[in-house]
Design a protein around this ligand. Sequence first.
Ligand code: ADP
Ligand code: MG
Length: 338
Amino acid sequence: MKRRISFLLLLGLVLSLTACGHRHDVQTHQIFAMDTVMDFAAYGGDTQGFFTAATQEINRLEALLSRTREGSDIAHINAGGTVSVSVETAALLQEALDYAQVTGGSFDMTVAPLVNAWGIHTETPRVLTQADIDALLPLVGSEHVHIDGTTVQLDPDCAIDLGGIAKGYASMRVAQLFEVYQIEGGWVSLGGNVYTYGTKDGKAPWLVSIRDPQSPAGTAAMVGLSHKFAVTSGGYQRYFTAEDGTVYQHIIDPATGAPARSDLLSVTIISDNGTMADAYSTALYVMGAQGAADFWRSHRDAFDMVLITSDGKVLYTPGLETSLTWEEGGSYKASILT
Ligand code: ADP
Ligand code: MG
């Protein structure tokens, strides 16, 4: 049980490094974009240049990819007809279609009409009837998306939503800027889409906290990462509670048209590809614990993951064996997937 380093000890280490005026002066920056809080941290090199460029890049991507921004490529596509989009948008849409295929449709950007109708991310969410759902479900599916070069067309009444992938893509773009601004080490967190660059202090990896979904101010586990993306999806961040007390969270199961009723509280995907990690974290939440474990078994070279289940388990893949730590005697029981 060597790897079960006490979480408290780790935290103590982080704090003492800060307290004794460490030589790496980590600068931080925060913005609100893509409907979420985004944090940046960096030391060494041109940190202010990095923050400015990262912010500009995220604003550029939001203007291109947001479903609700007038004039974005996605808004144009959703307005109907044959639309000419940027090379970048066309490539991302193609990538999204690939993820829909590989996940058996658990990730599906064409779920947008149902995302809109449930309105879980809006001020006016509502509980759909089965008849409402049945009317919209035929609009969901990759066969409704027609891409020819940079020309895109959707079938009538269909719509797309890149909410399940855009922040991951943005994290990939921002990751490239660390080198441009000669940053020694740092990280970004775009609303749960994390990238870690270099190390915390020239030696130790960055410690990324995986939140406790049942008490999101707390930590369920920590993972030491360097030059990796870590993306978490869960039902605990965006949801609404209906009058009868039922909780509806924001990830839709494209097979049922309803918010996924997952036995997972959260899924964290760790990988070299931030876009893929974002798509997979959404998809594997839909699949549930068993489906997610099976999916990982057939794609085990592509990513590592941490699943937190509703029956109190932290399940992690062998690639994290030396980097994952959790609180001894905490509320979750951790075990390794094989
Ligand atoms: P977040 O964006 O909060 O980090 P996710 O990456 O899991 O979380 O994306 C969830 C968002 O993606 C939803 O708010 C919605 O806009 C969209 N979405 C919902 N269900 C799906 C799905 N099954 N496949 C693709 N996108 C989805
Ligand atoms: Mg996602």
